[in-house]
Ligand binder design. Structure first.
Ligand code: ZN
Length: 166
């Protein structure tokens, strides 16, 4: 039994990512370079928020995860701008017949403080997604009792709406 013809069902996606801090490299969060003594090491430019966002977009259309399209073992992605991963995920979302309704995110990191940069990150992510900043939630917490002070963690939830044709 299927009711997918009778209802336009929105789709939810969820993404999670973490990266370790490494001294002397730039810190990029949501496509914004933040002033800090350490950056995030690992896949591409280490943008933990854009990686979680990419996974949330792909998850919403059940299209695998970031590693499916951009394997971290491929040297081609070393230092790459993570915005390109989001753009590719958006292309697949569009192809599947969906648009982004809104996203919400939580960053978990001991330092630096995200609050002074939250508006810039919100604007940058909104631009990347082609939606209003009011549809992009950026929240941040410190990792109390988790013992992850040398890592940045990001959670992203996304809601997709079906493209409706007149
Ligand atoms: Zn990552």
């Amino acid at each position: 039994m299927s009711n997918s013809q009778a209802f336009r069902i929105p789709r939810i996606g969820f993404g999670w990512d973490s990266h370790e801090f490494k001294p002397g490299i730039p810190l990029k969060v949501g496509g914004v370079v933040l002033p800090h003594h350490s950056g995030l090491a690992g896949h591409s430019d280490g943008d933990v928020l854009l990686h979680a966002l990419t996974d949330a977009l792909l998850g919403a259309i059940a299209a695998g995860d970031i590693g499916t399209y951009f394997p971290p073992t491929d040297p081609k992605w070393k230092g790459a701008d993570s915005a390109m991963f989001v753009r590719e995920a958006l292309r697949l979302v569009d192809e599947a017949g969906y648009v982004v309704g809104n996203i919400d995110s939580t960053l978990i990191l001991a330092a630096p403080k995200i609050a002074p940069h939250a508006t810039a990150i919100q604007q940058k992510v909104a631009d990347l997604l082609g939606i209003e900043p009011s549809r992009v939630g950026i929240k941040a917490k410190t990792p109390e009792g988790m013992g992850t002070d040398n890592a940045a963690i990001a959670h992203v939830a996304v809601l997709l709406a079906e493209i409706s044709w007149p």
